[in-house]
Design a protein around this ligand. Sequence first.
Ligand SMILES: Cc1ncc(COP(=O)(O)O)c(C=O)c1O
Length: 397
Amino acid sequence: MKDLKSLPKERLCKHIAALPKSGIRDFFELVSNMDGDNEVISLGVGEPDFVTPWHIRESAIYSIEKGHTGYTSNLGLLSLRKEICRYLESDYGCRYNPTDECIVTVGVSEAFDLAIRAITNPGDEIIYIEPCYVSYNAEIRMALGVPVALETREENEFSVDIEDLKAKITPKTKAIVLNFPCNPTGATIDMEQMKRIAEIAIEHDIIIMTDEIYSELTYEKRLPSIASLPGMKERCIFLHGFSKAFAMTGFRIGYACGPADIIGTMMKIHQYSMMCASTAAQEAAEEALKNGRKNMEKMREEYRQRRNVMVKGFNEAGLKCFLPRGAFYTFPSIKSTGLSSKEFALRFLEEHKVAVIPGTAFGKCGEGYVRCCYAASMENIKEAVRRIGIFVNSLKK
Ligand SMILES: Cc1ncc(COP(=O)(O)O)c(C=O)c1O
């Protein structure tokens, strides 16, 4: 076969071919050839280190044992959708009809993709908050929308500055993507900010896409969803899933709830591309909602302890670290070391065998920071923090 690079460009879809690789992938490719990989402590990957609780795994086994091996409804099992809607009503203050306002997807990743494609016409502007999850910018571009980054800053605890948000709005603004608690900063917004964002959305007729994947992993006061505020249900797409709080990344189950016209349009894409999410995984997700709360709360308490140890360790090492309110990431400033984010991450890995992600993987304004995931064992976190102290000290000499 011919070398792919030598083939004419027209062979590929131009706007997809032009997309950069994810900054996280990019970083790991750089380091993949390093020796002694198995001694590395990874604070890189954003994935729970807990195995999915046994009762959830068992329900997937039973599903297969019972011979539930066919497709489900394209929207997902009705029993799961009912459970999801009950959960959103009790925990988020949002009421949805399981028959036409809820769709089960292959992770939040697919839910986000369907939502952005269902609402975006070419040239529509989509505002998203940076630093942010690596997929948002690329997803918007794949849908032929125009990504508009709203930068957040450490001095505001990486929360939304409402005046900055207003300045980004134009007649072409179609939607605002929110993700609180935020990957990578762990920031949240307060009730006042949430209300202001809702007012702006109503005033300018803007859709809100709220990615609530880390919502259960909130360590301070947890707020209801923005979708529950007056006048918001009809303009909000609520995106959520089981990967993080229920430690179910490999099951690949997410969902979206929102107005029936939007969910119906998302359903068309899903129907023609995915058909449905895995049946056994859907049954496991139903079990997670019915009986998984206790385990989820235990994991959250464990993450809280780990967060506290990591933040204290970074601050003691002289890296200013904002106390994240949720998710399982810290985002310490490494500006005092004089290194760039990438240099810091590479040298820390090479010299001390700890993997962290350069902040720039999450947007330009992530320069000067690194993302460290504390969904790692306490033992590894303590050791990583010890090594960071040694590394930072060595840079002073
Ligand atoms: C903010 C955010 N949204 C969505 C996802 C994707 O989640 P899922 O595993 O449900 O596809 C992630 C995964 O890291 C994430 O951090």
